[in-house]
Design a protein around this ligand. Structure first.
Ligand SMILES: CC(C)(COP(=O)(O)OP(=O)(O)OC[C@H]1O[C@@H](n2cnc3c(N)ncnc32)[C@H](O)[C@@H]1OP(=O)(O)O)[C@@H](O)C(=O)NCCC(=O)NCCS
Length: 93
């Protein structure tokens, strides 16, 4: 039986179809909705790795190069980049 924990064991891929409540009147998805999806995927990764309650201390810069629209499928991939003493850095995997 495997007892060691690899950082890959905590990686997640989370997808969600964007709905009207996620968007502005022009049908463009709010940046905050996308940020929430990213934060959620990072949070799930952190909990899978630690099995404890985790909080987000900081998020790196985020640029939106193209709009997402109602009906688009947003997919977020998250995995652990590195672990510290009590902290983790989570990025796209
Ligand atoms: C994040 C938080 C727990 C850090 O508390 P703190 O008293 O500064 O903790 P410490 O100084 O002991 O640092 C703990 C670890 O967090 C890391 N850390 C603290 N602030 C950080 C930041 N802004 N960015 C990255 N890492 C950070 C430290 O480097 C340390 O890492 P290590 O244990 O691996 O060496 C605290 O600031 C907090 O509760 N913030 C609010 C979080 C929140 O509500 N998020 C939104 C909801 S999830």
């Amino acid at each position: 039986m495997k007892t060691e924990k690899s950082t890959q064991d905590s990686s997640v891929i989370i997808s969600r179809v964007m709905l009207p409540e996620d968007a502005n009147p022009a049908g463009i998805v709010h940046g905050g909705v996308i940020m929430k999806e990213i934060d959620n995927a990072a949070g799930v990764t952190a909990v899978r790795h630690t099995r404890k309650i985790c909080v987000t201390a900081s998020i790196d810069r985020l640029d939106f190069h193209k709009p997402a629209f109602i009906g688009n499928l947003i997919t977020v991939k998250a995995g652990i980049n590195m672990t510290g003493k009590t902290s983790m850095e989570i990025g796209k995997c």
